[in-house]
Design a protein around this ligand. Structure first.
Ligand SMILES: C[S@@+](CC[C@H](N)C(=O)[O-])C[C@H]1O[C@@H](n2cnc3c(N)ncnc32)[C@H](O)[C@@H]1O
Length: 287
C-alpha cells in the first residue's frame, strides 16, 4: 500500500478522537520509529510503496491508538529534556511540566554552597527522568533515586545506562520510615513528583491516562491528598542539609495547601510556580 494511503486511513480512523494535527504527529512518529522515514518523505515521496511487512506495525499501532493507548507505550520510548527514555505500563510517561521542574532545579543549583559533590535525591523516580536529566546536566552531582516499584526501577536503571549516567537506585517506600532511614548521607537537594491526583479528579482525565498509566504513580485519596508531600517533608527533617533545597511538582489545585505544609515545617523562601499552561505546578523552598 502507498504510504500516503495509509496516512489517509489513519486520519479517517483517528481524527474524530484526536484531531488531525495530533494524528499527523502520531503518523510521523510511527514511520520514523518503524521505518526510519523522516516526515519530509510524505512530501517528497508520496507514492512510496510499503511492503506488507512494513505496513504491519503501522496498522497494529493504529488499532492500539484507537483503543486510546498512549503512543509512548506503543513505541516504548519518549523524549524528556533532550534525552531518550524507555517507558512501559509500569512507568508514568514523563510530562513537559516535569521538564520545567528539572529546569527550575538547574537554575537554582548555583545558589547552593557545595562542599565536594552535590547530593541529590529523587523520590518516586519512575522512568528516572528527573534523576537522569539532572545527572546529565550537573556533572558534579551524586544522584540517588528511590521508587517503590521494582518494575519502574528496572526501566530507570536501563535508562541510566542508555544515557550514560551513574545513579544510585534504591527500592524504598517513602511512606515507611524503616525503609528510608538514611544513616549515611544528607542531601543538598531533594526533589519529587509524587502521586498527587485525587480520585475526585478522575472525571476530568482522558482515557489514555486512566486506562493505561499506572494508578500507583498517579492517585491519592480525596481526604489525604498531601500524604506523599508530608512524608517527604518529614524525611527532610533529618536528611536535607541546612539551607538545602526542596523541589516538588504539585497538584495544580493544592498550591496553597502545599505551601502551608512547608511553612509548618519551617521552610524559607517558599515559592509557588506556574507551568507553561498557567497552572500552579511547582513549589520550591529552602530548609
Ligand atoms: C507521578 S510518578 C513520577 C515518576 C517520575 N518521577 C516522573 O516525574 O515522571 C510517581 C512515582 O512514585 C512512585 N511511588 C508511588 N508510591 C511510592 C512510595 N510509597 N514510595 C516510593 N515511590 C512511590 C511510583 O511508582 C511512581 O514511579
Amino acid at each position: 500500500m502507498l504510504l500516503k494511503d495509509i496516512q489517509t486511513i489513519f486520519h479517517k480512523e483517528l481524527d474524530a478522537e484526536y484531531g488531525s494535527h495530533e494524528v499527523d504527529s502520531f503518523f510521523n512518529i510511527l514511520i520514523n520509529y518503524y521505518l526510519s522515514l523522516e516526515r519530509i518523505t510524505l512530501v517528497l515521496e508520496p507514492d512510496l510503496n510499503l511492503t506488507k511487512t512494513e505496513e504491519q506495525p503501522l496498522f497494529e499501532a493504529l488499532a492500539r491508538l484507537k483503543n486510546h493507548e498512549p503512543i509512548q507505550y506503543i513505541i516504548g520510548e519518549t523524549e524528556f529534556f533532550g534525552l531518550n527514555f524507555k517507558v512501559n505500563q509500569h512507568t508514568l510517561i514523563p510530562r513537559p511540566e516535569t521538564e520545567e521542574l528539572v529546569e527550575l532545579i538547574i537554575n537554582n543549583v548555583a545558589s547552593i554552597k557545595v562542599e565536594k559533590s552535590l547530593n541529590i535525591l529523587d523520590v518516586g523516580t519512575g522512568t528516572g527522568c528527573i534523576a537522569i536529566s539532572l545527572a546529565n546536566k550537573l556533572p558534579n552531582a551524586q544522584v540517588t533515586a528511590i521508587d517503590i516499584s521494582d518494575e519502574a526501577l528496572q526501566i530507570a536503571k536501563q535508562n541510566a545506562l542508555n544515557n550514560e549516567v551513574q545513579i544510585k537506585f534504591i527500592k524504598a517506600d517513602i511512606l515507611n520510615k524503616d525503609d528510608i532511614d538514611s544513616k549515611d548521607q544528607k542531601f543538598d537537594i531533594i526533589v519529587s513528583n509524587p502521586p498527587y491526583v485525587r480520585n475526585l479528579e478522575k472525571a476530568e482525565m482522558k482515557k489514555n491516562v486512566l486506562n493505561y498509566e499506572p494508578s500507583s504513580a498517579l492517585f491519592v485519596s480525596d481526604d489525604n491528598p498531601l500524604l506523599f508531600y508530608k512524608a517527604i517533608v518529614e524525611f527532610t527533617v533529618d536528611n536535607l542539609k541546612e539551607n538545602g533545597l526542596l523541589f516538588f511538582e504539585i497538584n495544580q489545585y493544592l498550591g496553597q495547601e502545599t505551601k502551608g505544609l512547608l511553612a509548618e515545617y519551617g521552610f524559607k523562601n517558599i515559592q509557588l510556580k506556574k507551568d507553561i499552561f498557567g497552572n500552579d505546578r511547582m513549589v520550591n523552598a529552602t530548609k
